[in-house]
Design a protein around this ligand. Sequence first.
Ligand code: ADP
Length: 297
Amino acid sequence: MEIRLNQVGKKYKNIVALNEIDLTIPQGMFGILGPNGAGKTTLMKILMALLPADTGEITINGIPISQRTKIRECVSYLPQEFSFYPYMSVLEAMDYMALLVGIKSVVKRKEIINELLVKVNLIKHKRKKFKTLSGGMKRRLGIAIALLKDPKVLIVDEPTAGLDPDERVRFRTLLSEFAKDRIVVLSTHIVGDIEHTCKNIAIIDQGNIIFCGERQHLMDEALGKVRVVEIKCEELSDIQSKYYVISINEANSGYSVKLITDKKIGEEVKPNMEDAYLVKMLSHTSDARSNFQELLC
Ligand code: ADP
């Protein structure tokens, strides 16, 4: 089970959204991380066969993306904003969508809907109208609907946008469970969305894949580049002008500043996922790179 992209390129007039990327997405949870405008949505739309790529080849579990009907049978999408008819209940929404995906037998529909609502923990809310559901419930209903056709691939855009911390954890756990025998692709600009769930990730920036591999490798690459320095209050602006500052905390009579550098200043700290992402982005982007390299010399 895997998604393979080979030299996939996409332009909108003169904007390069994807720059001939190569990517292999294995079974399990896979995170696609990148800033706004990086090309994530374009990539997701191409994977769903909603948008054709200009160049390259894509296969999903061996099926070429050009076989759109087959691809749509095995790929489901959960958008960031999941909306539905406000006065429909959870049960009505599920039944309506089950009919649309072609489950004709009433008995079968009941059985599948019941099973899915239990899985996403919405069974006790099945009579609630869509408009009365919380953000987390709406997203869980979205998953249940996306799973009606038992897809082999589930694509989720900005997984935790608008969810409170408790709902976030539950939603991530749910996705991890589904990923046991599927591919779940999470596209996000929020490091926390993939920090605890995706073993494998890709980082995309300006249409290029700048990292692809195990999350741990990204963290290992950042070792030695994240340091904490204790400074006086009046030194802050100087530090900010010289270094990429990750965070500033009040400490004693000044500040404790976490920053990115190769210089042996302050104390080295173990990078977390967000630090590692910033180190990668900084060493890659052309504007930042020249600044960064000045700092390294
Ligand atoms: P992301 O999802 O990472 O924010 P997108 O795939 O939406 O990135 O966008 C990638 C680039 O392509 C951006 O520069 C964006 O402005 C541009 N873009 C996206 N969609 C269109 C479009 N329909 N027409 C023109 N440019 C677009």
